[in-house]
Design a protein around this ligand. Sequence first.
Ligand code: ATP
Ligand SMILES: Cc1cn([C@H]2C[C@H](O)[C@@H](COP(=O)(O)O)O2)c(=O)[nH]c1=O
Length: 193
Amino acid sequence: MLLTLEGLDGSGKTTAWRALRDRYPSAVFTREPTDSWYGDAVYRSIDDDNADPLAELFLYTADHADHLSRVVRPALDEGSLVVSDRYSDSRIAYQAATLADSPLADPFEYVRDLHAPFSRSPDATLFFDVDPETAAERSGETNKFERADYLRDVRAQYERLIDADPERFVRIDATQTRETVLDDVFAAVDRLR
Ligand SMILES: Nc1ncnc2c1ncn2[C@@H]1O[C@H](COP(=O)(O)OP(=O)(O)OP(=O)(O)O)[C@@H](O)[C@H]1O
Ligand SMILES: Cc1cn([C@H]2C[C@H](O)[C@@H](COP(=O)(O)O)O2)c(=O)[nH]c1=O
């Protein structure tokens, strides 16, 4: 089973991912951007305020392709529970927002269709729902993505993803205390497994 954690920067995904790792030690825990040279290239782009948005999309997508073949598919083939902190929905939500002013007619559909022929959809996704202001504040606004006005656009793209596939998503109210968020996450994962 492939379980993904999605949401805005600072929404608490990594906090939940670490708690799940302690609770399910036999599962495979992974993330995007990955810990590889493809992931390093992605982080270089994140730190470049003038990075071309389309070039950035393809860097993230290259990292995803490598992640799939090297980590995700082999672990799923062995029957493991795979938990990924960010996955393809991050690309659809973030890069659709970044590409809003590009010549692409519908960046959301473009990014989604780019993945369809080769990617593996998550079986379930926990969406950590938090308002853009809280997200920006919690994330520390350390890079170009961690701004409330940009995160507002990203959140709208996530809502589009949820509307298109409501059964895959479990919405977690990430404005609650850490303890309550983790209780909701554990309850959701126990139900899904
Ligand atoms: N429920 C919560 N209430 C208040 N602060 C929280 C909560 N959950 C996490 N935090 C804090 O918010 C910050 C961001 O949390 P975390 O790294 O888990 O978010 P994230 O979604 O993984 O962010 P990013 O996508 O930017 O890596 C951390 O300082 C964390 O301790
Ligand atoms: C996978 C992925 C990530 N992003 C953005 C989201 C964050 O601002 C950064 C890095 O992620 P982290 O969880 O804070 O380390 O990259 C993106 O725009 N597109 C993606 O596909």
